[in-house]
Ligand binder design. Structure first.
Ligand SMILES: [Zn+2]
Length: 358
């Protein structure tokens, strides 16, 4: 087990408050061009003001290499309770030597600051920031926050990796949402070496979709479960991101960066929902294969009688599932992925056939 002050095998010192403060710059926007090459910086970027007139700031880390190259942006906690990505960002920055970096690495450690403070997925008043991107200038609280997050920071990225997890009451595999018909995002997805890749054309108004509209190739990395740190998934995500940076020529190439079995590719997916309320039990585990018609869940009434059963509508793999027994009518049961067929696989760009640099 890792002790405080000692992470990933490297002895780290406990930093005193004065030294911590001296390292952070308070700014109203992020100007990457103004940063000197070969420089590491920590920012608190002001986006909006709260009712006391205090600045609401997002934490941003930047490593600007000595040589010019692409800007890769990594976004953590756009949903405020999805925290595995924060640790991925920490470890990525701790391990990346700015003197050997080509291009610029930017991380928004926590994109949804109010949600993070309130231990919740949404921004204020239940708004999901990942449904209103790229926000609206002069819009309501959430819209203007999203607009400034996107325009002050995200728009400067050449590539985007958006780090998420499941929501409360659910668990996820380590999976990628990416447009597998797009050569660059398909390559990014493969380099990540997740358990599952879900072909998912970017939806309007997600961060990924808004970035893709700006021609910023973007993938979503779903890193397991909400509100905790899962060391294994954090490690795998880190290896995948470093593989992408290596592929882009930003890190010195170091042998084989990508390990692990081939990911399962899904052509589409479907959430199953309960049609009645009660006590929900979901049987298959995450990453388990199910057959068409297989019993996947039961709902019991509060007295213990089975009142409904649910069967898989098609054969597939469990991408994520509910772990919350208290189910209202319409509660999520499981997220079932349908495997891509060989002819579809041929249409998706295979990593062996494609390179992000070509
Ligand atoms: Zn999320």
């Amino acid at each position: 087990m890792t002790k405080s002050g000692e992470a990933h095998g490297v002895k780290e010192k406990v930093m005193d408050q004065k030294a911590q403060k001296e390292k952070v710059e308070y700014v109203e926007g992020l100007d990457l061009d103004a940063m000197p090459p070969g420089h590491a910086a920590r920012f608190m970027v002001e986006l909006v003001q709260d009712p006391l007139g205090r600045a609401l700031r997002v934490p941003v880390m930047v490593l600007k290499g000595k040589k010019s190259g692409p800007v890769v942006g990594i976004v953590g906690a756009l949903h405020g309770n999805e925290l595995n990505g924060i640790r991925v960002i920490h470890q990525l920055f701790a391990r990346t030597d700015v003197s050997k970096l080509r291009g610029t690495l930017v991380a928004i450690n926590v994109a949804n600051v109010p949600g993070y403070l309130m231990h919740q997925r949404e921004f204020m008043e239940g708004t999901d920031l990942n449904h209103i991107m790229p926000g609206k200038e002069g819009g309501n609280e959430a819209q203007v926050y999203a607009y400034r997050l996107f325009h002050r920071i995200v728009k400067q990225f050449d590539y985007l990796l958006d780090l998420h997890t499941a929501s409360f009451g659910r668990i996820n595999s380590l999976y990628i949402r990416a447009d597998m018909t797009h050569p660059i995002t398909a390559r990014m997805a493969y380099l990540q070496r997740p358990q599952i890749i879900l072909h998912n054309p970017p939806n309007d108004q997600t961060l990924r979709g808004s970035a893709m509209e700006q021609e910023i190739p973007a993938i979503t990395i779903e890193i397991g479960n909400p509100h905790l740190f899962q060391a294994n998934f954090i490690q795998r995500s880190l290896i995948g991101i470093r593989a992408t940076l290596s592929e882009l020529g930003m890190l010195p190439k170091k042998g084989k960066l990508v390990a692990g079995p081939e990911p399962i590719i899904c052509r589409k997916s479907q959430w199953l929902y309960t049609t009645t309320g009660g006590i929900l039990e979901v049987f298959p585990g995450v990453v388990e294969m199910v057959e068409e018609g297989q019993l996947v869940a039961q709902v019991r009434n509060i007295f213990g009688d089975i009142v409904e059963e649910y069967h898989a509508p098609f054969a597939g793999i469990v991408i994520g599932k509910s772990t919350d027994p208290a189910a209202q009518t319409g509660a999520r049961i499981l997220h079932l992925g349908q495997l891509a067929q060989p002819d579809e696989m041929a249409q998706f760009y295979r990593r062996e056939l494609n390179s992000m640099l070509s």
